[in-house]
Design a protein around this ligand. Sequence first.
Ligand code: PLP
Length: 408
Amino acid sequence: MTTVTASPTSSLTHQYLEEAERFSAHNYHPLPVVLDRGEGSWVWDVDGNRYLDMLSSYSALNQGHRHPLILKAARDQLERLTLTSRAFHNDQMGPFLRELCEASGFDAALPMNTGAEAVETAIKMVRKWGYQVRGVPDGQAEIIVCEDNFHGRTTTIVGFSSEAQYREGFGPFTPGFKLVPYGDVEALRRAIGSNTVGFMVEPIQGEAGVVVPPDGYLRETAALCRDNGVAFVADEIQTGLGRTGRLFCCDWEGVRPDVLVVGKALGGGVYPVSAVIADAEFMDVFRPGDHGSTFGGNPLGAAVGRASLRVILEEDLSRRSDELGSWFMDRLRAIASPHVEEVRGKGLLIGVVIRESSGPARPFCEALQERGILAKETHHQIVRFAPPLTVGRADLDAALAEIETVLR
Ligand SMILES: *Cc1c(COP(=O)(O)O)cnc(C)c1O
């Protein structure tokens, strides 16, 4: 791994940073690096410096940058047909949804584009199921969610966030949600009432800082939901599709959710593709006109989704993630650092918690950037390491040497 030479202060980089600063909304705080090329686990900045991408666009790049099979599928489809809307059928959506159902073991899937849209879809599905199947009085359905959740940025979704900044200035919010502490089965048991229709949970809380719940949490909450006629909704937008060392993170505890929400890597880093996957009991609450999306299920997205899924399955990326993740986490834990409080995660979804006394995580990320590693802090104290699942062991090994220097 080579130390980055020119970087943030080069005039070319500076020019792009100024332009973005001037013309964009300031709703992000990116690292000062301007990228113009990517391949596999590597990206290059406009000055020609190379970096190992250890964020993978929040797990949307599990297959790496510009995977040849995904690019080929996209190119082939670009040459044929890109958009039909759902007013007509196309020859990619059916096969895509069948392949998604075969991989996940469910009856049907509903295609959307972004993760937040898929979460919104799941909320609508579970509410309607509650009224139609469970017989909850109209307008009374309640969905339980967890503190420190991250399910997206729409007004309904931020309305049930426990993060003050996500909500501040954006109300009024959609009613019908109740918060319980994450990882606490008894809190969920106490919160379930006669109008509770769903419990929506991240199997590992990614944005909260790679928070892994206690062993048995998913299994016990899923059983609790089953006993109470509550739909168990797993938001696997970040944890799914191989990221945690299983195809879905719920697989670690043998849990089959009632409703499974996927996104991010389903688009292979090329195109936004998300989906809600469920059995007919849930899927069939939707009738024509109940719900929709102009771009959801479009042939380009479906072709990209098919290739993205095929790469994950055929390259056995779940197993790679499991093996490389365990090894990488062991190596991280072995680093004697006065700054590290904890290393946690599953597969290649890893969080390094920086001690409060060592200051925030951001300067560690900036130091990593100078050494050719792109990682991003989440929630002040945590550095997240989530490289593409296709990353080479030698590349991770080289990165470890740099990480060790920075953490020491
Ligand atoms: C990223 C993410 C979302 C939102 O996905 P977008 O595509 O950004 O709308 C929802 N849930 C989880 C767990 C996520 O990580």
